[in-house]
Write a protein that binds this ligand. Structure first.
Ligand SMILES: [Fe+2]
Length: 305
């Protein structure tokens, strides 16, 4: 078994009709730091992460998951993967080259089997970061992405075979959790009638900060659509919120660190007792439409930036 090619999550990129509302929400309410902003384009960083940005927002008439960014070890890996993808007829959007986004670096872009645009990059200059203080209810960094897919087995196989992700667990037969190291998952693929973003999860410092963060949103008038709660698979806490453009973002903490040498994936049953261990999260049925999201009309569409 070869080691995973992906080292970490870099960023999620939303294209949004109400650009100002999302910038304000993620800066003032969610707790990210605006690092660079141009007309209709904003980059936001998490205080506890040295990624130059973890969220990119772009003004666009149509709501769309613009891109996800994944880190790889070095430029040679970027070139190797680009060659492998071209040989395997993966649709490439941009050939390997220098990136002109914050932190620079070297990368290329391709479409995954569901038409989602992915950027793989290396040699990105770290941004400023610091250890969060006890009680600070702002994100430390990204935790995981969940992607909605009309063909979970095919998309799972792509991330496993092309990028070295490994299966940690299944939830029923509709959602699989994938890892690139001892963290239980950084990516999950969830069954849906269409391709779209399910949610982006932000890691909080700990249980206390996660709960304070949840309360901070409630006080700001943004109630969780599911949560607070703790999941069975991954054992992480969760509070899911809907942002002003209808994307779901999550505060989470304490994602399980596994012993990869002994880990055997299991299939979790989908009952509320397992998906909501505390019994505090509220009805999953009310969350489901938000998580399925609208069909993303711009799949297979390159991003202009
Ligand atoms: Fe999540």
């Amino acid at each position: 078994m070869h080691p995973p090619s992906v080292t970490h999550l870099r960023y999620a990129a939303h294209a949004v009709p109400d650009f100002r509302a999302s910038v304000d929400f993620y800066k003032r309410t969610w707790g990210l730091r605006l690092v660079e902003s141009d007309t209709g384009l904003a980059f936001l960083a998490a205080e506890g992460s040295d990624e130059p940005y973890v969220l990119r927002l772009r003004a666009n008439d149509e709501k769309h998951l613009d891109m996800i960014g994944l880190g790889v070890a070095d430029a040679a890996t970027v070139d190797r993967l680009a060659s492998e993808f071209i040989a395997a007829d993966v649709r490439i959007d941009r050939e390997p080259g220098a990136l002109d986004t914050p932190g620079g670096g070297y990368g290329f872009r391709f479409f995954d089997p569901d038409g989602k645009l992915v950027e793989l990059s290396a040699d990105v200059r770290p941004g400023p970061s610091r250890a969060l203080e006890p009680g600070e209810a702002i994100p430390q960094g990204l935790s995981h992405f969940v992607l909605n897919s009309p063909d979970v087995p095919a998309t799972k196989a792509f991330y496993e075979e092309r990028l070295g992700f490994e299966l940690s667990d299944w939830l029923g037969d509709f959602m699989c959790f994938l890892r690139i190291g001892p963290l239980h998952h950084v990516l999950a693929i969830s069954a849906a009638p269409h391709s779209s973003l399910n949610h982006v999860a932000f890691d909080m410092r700990g249980l206390e900060e996660y709960l304070r963060g949840t309360g901070k949103l409630i006080r700001a008038g943004v109630r969780p659509v599911w949560g607070p709660g703790r999941h069975g698979p991954g054992n992480n806490t969760f509070s899911y919120f809907v942002d002003p453009n209808g994307f779901v973002s999550e505060y989470t903490s304490e994602l399980q660190v596994i012993d990869e040498s002994r880990w055997v994936p299991e299939v979790w049953d989908t009952g509320a007792e397992k998906s909501d261990l505390w019994g505090t999260a509220g009805p999953f049925e009310e969350f489901l439409p938000y998580a399925l999201n609208e069909p993303d009309k711009l799949i297979w569409t390159p991003s202009p930036v």
